[in-house]
Design a protein. Sequence first.
Length: 234
Amino acid sequence: MPNPVSFRYFKTSPEIIQLAVMLYVRFPLLLRNVEDLLHESGVNVSYESVRYWWHRFGSHFASEVKKRRAGGMQSSNWEWHLDEVFVKVNGERHFLWRAIDHEGEVLESYITKKRDKKAALKFMKKALRRYGSPDQIVTDKLRLYSAAVKELGCLEKQVTERWANNRGENSHLPFRRRERAMLRFRRIHSLQKFASIHASFYNHFNSQRSLSKRSTFKLNRDAALTEWRSLLIS
């Protein structure tokens, strides 16, 4: 089956396009910051080109990363951390729900207008269909989580102890930094798209720096970069 994304009619090389998309999604940079970084490396492109590349190829790169990670490792169903955070979309409050495993891997991201039992239930059903049922579901003490878990028949798996969900709450920090750099979002579709792509990039490049030796971290970082560059090899 041929690759649905082609770089055939682009004057800029695929390697530069891939680098620009990675810089914009992975780091808290503005489009003009990416343009300046590329200019310092001798690449003269407009920030509008970076914007177009991100919209055109961001989902493709994210899906390829997710596909390779799914083929090389099995997602953990030992412990999930569920948490939500509010996000402004064109001045209106929405909620970004996340499911994180015990290693910090972002399993699922979902956007809703309300924070209630119906929204939590829809989010959890989506995650369960994709990854199966975990052994433990760690949440805060909001009643909507207990109501949703009870309806799913997993109430005995829920954990609501104090400090137990720190991993879920801290998982929002990289996205929050990225959100501030982007000066918020204007459409729900853009928020959902970026949240999913950002999660794939974060999972791929996150090497748990604080949990490993410097030598191990360098090996993991080099392996992630090598895997990333190999996405262009058909």
